[in-house]
Write a protein that binds this ligand. Structure first.
Ligand code: GLY
Length: 320
């Protein structure tokens, strides 16, 4: 018997300011519509999460694709992962600078490569060889982010100057406040269940503001920013990557569901664990094969949306 499809998306967990709340809600709702079009015509969960994430990569509201945060050198450097719960096949790209939609390259890796992960130039070469056009890095950079980086670096330089008396010269430029839940982190992701009862997940990000070139976050790492296994759950996380990586948080959450817990409980537990164990901040969306969902964050706000045949909702705060 066919399963009723379910789709959940997120567009970042932080203190989303009031003036960009509408853009966030609109962005996740558009992503939801694109993914749902795939699911309602009987398409796969894998196609649905890819299409949903592409919409958010194309939306400058989010830290993914064009409009992402800039690294320390003023470049956009992107990471993405997609994973199929039916087969455990996965495709990931890291530190790519010339792809508008890194999730499309990740999907090509999943579908057409014996490998799971490509980084940098190798990832871009693979993408180009498989029909994905490359772009200039400047095509991904927008004025808002140039100004954000300029302001961040000038404030950090001021702080470093004032700390130089205490012998802490230069630390700030390389160490943004990972434990601050208000810092902007608009990583995007999606989890889906299709009519065949298969689940999938995808996550895409520009990473953190002023990151060191070559820094890879959690988003594209299997089990950290994204995970999918029909025997447990599909999960996508958002938030400061280093703490999430240390806990392999998406897999940790899926394991709780495999042990018999509901996604709603597991998502809440994951956020408590993230805070208590490593003082991490972020959010998570989770979905199992029975269509139960979990949406949780330990930041002031998180952009989320979900849809089933019976219900559709979106918001920026998820009450437990
Ligand atoms: N979660 C996004 C990053 O830290 O790269």
């Amino acid at each position: 018997m066919p399963t009723d499809p379910v789709l959940v998306v997120h567009g970042g967990a932080w203190a989303i300011p009031d003036d960009v709340v509408d853009a966030h809600i609109r962005g996740v709702t558009n992503a939801l519509a694109a993914g749902w079009r795939v699911l309602e015509r009987g398409g796969s969960s894998l196609d649905a999460v890819e299409e949903a994430v592409v919409i958010m990569e194309d939306d400058e509201t989010f830290d993914a694709g064009r409009g992402s945060f800039l690294n320390r050198d003023g470049k956009v450097q992107l990471d993405a992962l997609i994973m199929d719960g039916a087969t455990l096949r996965a495709g990931g790209v890291g530190c790519v600078e010339h792809l508008r939609n890194p999730v499309r390259a990740a999907r090509k890796i999943l579908s057409e490569s014996p490998h799971v992960y490509f980084v940098g130039e190798g990832a871009e070469k693979f993408a180009a060889e498989h029909g994905i056009p490359l772009c200039k890095n400047e095509d991904l950079v927008i004025p808002r982010e140039v100004e954000r980086l300029r302001q961040y670096q000038s404030e950090a330089a001021q702080r470093d100057l004032s700390q130089s008396d205490s012998g802490q010269v230069g630390k700030e430029l390389f160490a943004p406040a990972a434990d601050d839940p208000t810092i902007s982190l608009d990583t995007v992701g999606a989890v889906a269940l299709d009519r065949d009862g298969n689940i999938a997940a995808a996550t895409s990000t520009g990473g953190t503001l002023n990151k060191a070139p070559g820094r890879l976050g959690d988003s594209s790492l299997i089990g950290c920013g994204c995970y999918a296994d029909n025997e447990s759950a599909a999960a996508s996380t958002t938030g400061w990557g280093e703490p999430i990586m240390k806990l392999v948080l998406a897999k940790w959450t899926a394991d709780r569901i495999a042990a018999g817990n509901l996604p709603e409980w597991a998502a809440q537990e994951a956020m408590s664990y993230l805070k208590q164990r490593v003082n991490g901040h972020g959010g998570i969306i989770v979905l199992n094969r029975e269509g139960h969902i979990g949406i949780a964050h330990n930041t002031p706000r998180m952009a989320w949306a979900y849809r089933t045949f019976k219900k559709q909702d979106a918001g920026i705060v998820r009450e437990s």
